[in-house]
Design a protein around this ligand. Structure first.
Ligand SMILES: NC(=O)c1ccc[n+]([C@@H]2O[C@H](COP(=O)([O-])OP(=O)(O)OC[C@H]3O[C@@H](n4cnc5c(N)ncnc54)[C@H](OP(=O)(O)O)[C@@H]3O)[C@@H](O)[C@H]2O)c1
Length: 302
């Protein structure tokens, strides 16, 4: 029998926490929580230089190993690359944190279809893909967990963030159902649904002048991460940071849609710097398709 053990040998592999979007915002704050508790980390994002800087800072501050892998999780290859990288580092995923996400604000009709597909790929599909890659190992070991990052907008329909809020509702539903299925296995599945958090997400999405940012208290990523991490360790399946958010989610269940949806529309309406409401771009008649032409079956074969 060949006793030579490769780093990828599961018998030799060490546990690590895989965190997507671990270079900034909530993901970085979660990385700090896990590192402070002595967990080795694998950080995933697209920007390699930023990943390296973050890893050096975390490894310098905490006595843990921090590895990085630059992957675009909107692609199938990116998700497969995470699994390969984890194995290549001589780790196995004891915990998976599905945190990476993008948001978009505006009228659905003005959205770039390709950008919307990427948002669905990152915010919803990658969550399922990565979970399906790492959860079976956790179940076999009877240990570990998945911590998903959803949002308060997952609890209700949100005009002007229609695709983002639908993705977050998906993550919420997926996580709650999976938490039930995995009950008693030793594996925790948990979801955190923050309200407004002071990160660059809103600037990137172009929602800076929307009322929800003025009306709701913004949590810091560190506050959210601390609570999410504590609740994850204790096995809570759903964490909603803050009383106001919990109340909001509760009220959203009681208020009929004919009142709830306009209220959300009022809060999330996109506005310019002076606070004036923005309107959708006028469409040419008949509107041109923004979708790239589909290849015919014959072209696709070539
Ligand atoms: N901020 C809020 O108010 C808030 C509220 C509720 C829920 N959330 C959720 O919390 C999560 C984190 O949000 P955040 O506010 O911390 O965002 P953020 O500060 O913008 O950070 C996003 C992270 O995701 C990574 N990322 C983006 N696109 C990626 C891709 N295609 N492949 C791999 N990594 C990618 C980014 O790194 P690269 O750009 O280098 O790839 C970055 O590390 C998201 O799921 C978001 O929906 C946020």
């Amino acid at each position: 029998m060949n006793d030579t053990k490769l780093p990828s040998d599961p018998g030799l592999a060490l546990p690590a926490v895989v965190i997507t979007g671990g270079t900034e915002g909530i993901g970085l704050a979660l990385a700090e929580e896990f590192a402070r508790d002595g967990h080795n980390l694998v950080l995933v994002a697209r920007d390699k230089a930023k990943l390296d800087r973050t890893a050096a800072e975390l490894a310098g501050a905490y006595a843990v190993e921090v590895k990085v892998t630059a992957q675009d999780l909107t692609t199938l290859e990116g998700c497969a690359g995470v699994e390969q990288a984890v194995r290549g580092f001589g780790f196995y995923a004891d915990v998976l944190v599905n945190n990476a996400g993008v948001m978009s604000s505006g009228f659905f009709q003005d959205e770039d279809p390709a950008a919307m597909r990427r948002m669905i790929d990152l915010d919803a599909r990658a969550v399922v893909d990565l979970t399906s890659r790492f959860l079976p190992g956790m179940l076999a070991r009877g240990h570990g967990g998945v911590l998903n990052v959803s949002s308060m907008v997952g609890f209700m329909p949100v005009p002007y963030q229609v695709v983002y809020s639908a993705c977050k509702a998906f993550v919420l539903s997926f996580s709650k159902s999976l938490a039930y299925e995995t009950m008693g296995t030793g594996v925790k599945v948990s979801v955190v649904a923050p309200g407004v958090v002071s990160t660059a997400l809103h600037t990137k999405a172009g929602s800076l002048n929307s009322r929800y940012l003025l009306w709701f208290r913004a949590w810091t990523p560190e506050q959210v991460a601390k609570l999410a991490y504590r609740r994850f360790k204790r096995g809570w399946s759903v964490t909603m940071p803050g009383f106001a958010n919990r109340l909001g989610a509760f009220v959203a269940r009681l208020v009929p849609d004919f009142m709830l949806v306009p209220l959300m529309g009022w809060l999330f309406r996109v506005r310019d710097d002076e606070g004036n409401v923005l309107w959708p771009r006028p469409l040419p008649k008949p509107p041109e398709s923004k979708h790239a032409p589909e290849p015919t079956p014959l072209e696709a074969k070539d």
